[in-house]
Design a protein around this ligand. Structure first.
Ligand code: AMP
Ligand code: ZN
Length: 513
């Protein structure tokens, strides 16, 4: 991450270097041979390397004095980083105090990262709040750490893998394996899995094994790092301006695919936000079938300069959301189509509102826009909301299309014993039967005991994610109390959220939670 003037600068005691890169087995072999020559080791004898995953996060250094965390800093340009101590303290996996037998002063280095599952959770919350999404877990981790408000960092679940050290006041071991054990004993998580290798084949074997199974890891890695196990070689080998000679990275190939941009569709989210989505001629990248890619907003399309018909490179960024990287100008067809943003909502045909220099485009017809209503219903039953089992996206759309639910309150009416005609209709829908209906009624009834925060989140109010819902709900004893309070709000903007209020009132009058 580049330097931000808002953070105090920190001069690193020991520079935080980058790593040399290799891409092929041959490159790795050359590196091993060069290292042996440098150390005057016989080319036929073995040299031990520890092979570790190269974590795709944000490197950080942590200085502990007398066992207490004194300073946390980013790498910056390698010589000078940023003081991010306050933010770092909110990361659970970074101990404030070392445990066990620690040196008087030790600098622990490693990678701050966001797990893939946490990343997806964060982005889905951001979508719900109409905020721009992060492109990949690394950006999300970097964005979270470099927040001026450490509360925000604390709200994002970040992890830390220790894999290196800087300045240390005393000798901490003769081999990398020993030092890792020590670092672990001080209270850190080590990057894993690792393998101690004694030859090229073993190293590349580990690389291939991890590459093939990387989707099983809940964190992104962009390669393998091979490091000499014998630390006494480190000083002898020294470093270039850019990287140390005791280690080398073996990078994974970037996961790119080439395809054609068939069309751009405009999706209507549950808050009315319109997002462009690229429709691609389907392709497979890294074993995953891809038909669509996110285009975020108008700016992103302008930046890419793409038109419909272009041949585009698609990347699976951070192994998660597919993205368009660029297009090939030489292959642009004579008959192409510009991407034109609609003036009217693709779902309800109402005129759209453009906000924040066109970054957010919204349909304000919340009450009558089918896609919004369906989105809202799906949100209402989702896991962080009422969490109604057996009622997913597919079922909601089906029930909506059959006029069985039009708004959240209708979901509860489905469970009433006197709704016989509705029950008959449901049982006769494809894929439904008596048993699935009775299960659905049970889960609707169970969901009525939902916690206040989930009830609040379920209402789908803009800018009210699950985190905010938790904070607000602390001030109320029951959901009823909370809803009462919302309905009695005296606010000049009442008209603005009249629709929200109407839905809440319907739910409330229903009196079922
Ligand atoms: P690069 O950014 O591609 O030049 O690679 C160097 C960076 O890789 C270092 O600055 C570290 O932040 C990062 N890194 C991730 N995992 C490791 C690891 N296991 N060992 C050393 N560096 C790592
Ligand atoms: Zn609409």
């Amino acid at each position: 991450a580049e330097l931000n003037s808002s953070f105090k600068k920190v001069q690193h005691l020991v520079p935080m270097l980058s790593l040399g890169n290799t891409f092929t087995k041959e490159d790795v072999e050359n590196y091993i041979n060069k290292t042996k020559r440098f150390l005057q080791i016989d080319s036929n004898s073995n040299l031990e390397f520890l092979a570790e995953p190269k974590i795709d996060g944000l490197s950080a250094t942590l200085i502990y004095k007398n066992g207490k965390l004194d300073l946390g800093a980013t790498r910056g340009d390698g010589k000078q980083g940023e003081n991010i101590t306050e933010n770092i303290k909110s990361i659970k996996e970074i101990p404030h105090y070392l445990v066990g037998k620690y040196p008087r002063e030790i600098e622990i280095r490693g990678e701050i990262y966001m797990s893939n599952s946490e990343f997806e959770k964060l982005n889905s919350i951001r979508v719900a709040q109409s905020l721009p999404v992060f492109a990949n877990p690394r950006n999300a981790a970097a964005g979270s750490v470099r927040q001026l408000d450490s509360q925000i960092t604390a709200s994002r679940k970040l992890g830390f893998f220790a894999y290196n050290w800087g300045f240390v006041s005393e000798n901490i071991g003769g081999t990398l394996v020993e030092v890792r054990e020590l670092i672990k004993s001080l209270g850190f998580n080590l990057n894993h899995p690792v393998e101690l290798c004694s030859n090229l084949d073993q190293m590349v074997g580990f690389y291939n094994k991890i590459y093939e199974n990387r989707s099983n890891l809940d964190f992104d890695i962009d390669g393998i790092v091979y490091k000499l196990n014998d630390i006494s070689y480190y000083d002898r080998l020294g470093s270039t301006d850019h990287s140390p000679r005791y280690a080398i990275s073996h990078k994974f190939p970037a996961e790119l695919g080439i395809t054609t941009l068939k069309d751009v569709k405009f999706q209507v989210g549950r808050t009315g936000a319109i997002t462009p989505v690229a429709e691609l001629v389907p392709l497979t990248i890294g074993g995953v079938r891809i038909k669509r890619a996110s285009l975020h907003n108008k700016d992103e399309i302008k930046r890419l300069g793409i038109v419909i018909g272009d041949t585009v490179s698609v990347k699976r960024a951070g192994d998660v959301i597919p993205q368009i990287v660029n297009y090939n100008p030489k292959l642009r067809p004579a008959k192409y189509k510009n991407i034109i943003f609609p003036e009217k909502c693709p779902s309800c045909n109402n005129y759209l509102q453009f906000e924040k220099e066109d970054k957010i485009i919204r349909c304000l017809n919340h009450a009558n826009c089918k896609e919004q209503i369906i989105g809202q219903l799906i949100h209402f039953v989702s896991r962080n909301a009422f969490n109604i089992d057996g009622l997913g996206e597919k079922q909601i759309i089906e029930l909506y299309n059959n006029n069985l639910i039009k708004e959240p309150a209708d979901i509860f009416s489905l469970a009433l014993p006197n709704e016989n005609s509705k029950h008959v209709l449901i049982i006769n829908l494809p894929g439904w039967g008596k048993l699935s209906l009775s299960n659905l009624i049970d889960s609707i009834n169970n969901s009525k005991k939902q916690t206040i925060e989930k009830v609040l989140y379920a209402l789908g109010i803009r800018h009210l994610g699950i985190g905010t819902a938790k904070l607000i709900s602390k001030n109320f004893k029951t959901s009823k109390e909370l809803i009462n309070r919302i309905l009695n709000i005296n606010d000049d903007n009442k008209e603005y959220f009249a629709q929200d209020l109407k839905l809440i009132k319907n739910l409330y009058n229903f009196g079922k939670y």
